[in-house]
Design a protein around this ligand. Structure first.
Ligand code: CU
Length: 155
């Protein structure tokens, strides 16, 4: 009887060590996936709502590929421009005769144009560190308050 118990104990030890080895190899696989995750783009969710540009950003964004997913929940068409700010504020060259920012005088890495009411669009940009203003530049929308700022920092 004692011998049977000893045999049973050694079999369970063998099973335990096989499980331990399997557990280790799984951990190694997980760590090799890390560089892929770090290289993926950061997603910024943007909502155009009540003539405001609202983001889910609560902190600085790491530089590199950033995907802006823009939803328009208003009943009018909007757009979203990503503008590299030249200063700390929202001051942008503005043409008061047409109530729009001069797009020829700004550094604009990209945009999501013509977002119809109730639809969404997205753009992925490779952004270096800096301050960026997100605006809607349809007539008078910037003046109405459609702008917000994000801060992109070195990884
Ligand atoms: Cu707009």
């Amino acid at each position: 009887m004692k011998r049977i118990l000893q045999a049973a104990a050694s079999v369970s030890l063998m099973i335990l060590s096989v499980l331990a080895v399997a557990g280790c190899s799984r951990r190694v696989e997980a760590s090799t996936l890390k560089p892929v995750a770090a290289d993926a783009s950061t997603v910024v969710n943007v909502t155009a709502k009540s003539f405001r540009i609202i983001t889910d950003v609560t902190d600085n964004i790491p530089a590199g590929k950033i995907t802006f997913k823009v939803s328009n929940t208003d009943v009018v068409t909007h757009e979203m421009l990503v503008i590299h700010a030249q200063n700390k504020g929202y001051e942008l060259p503005y043409d008061f005769s047409i109530s729009r920012v001069f797009e020829s005088k700004i550094d604009k890495p990209g945009e999501v144009p013509d977002i119809q009411p109730g639809t969404s669009g997205e753009v992925t940009l490779d952004l270096p560190p800096g301050r960026y203003v997100l605006i809607c530049n349809l007539t008078a929308h910037f003046q109405a308050g459609m702008h917000t700022m994000i801060n992109v920092v070195a990884r």
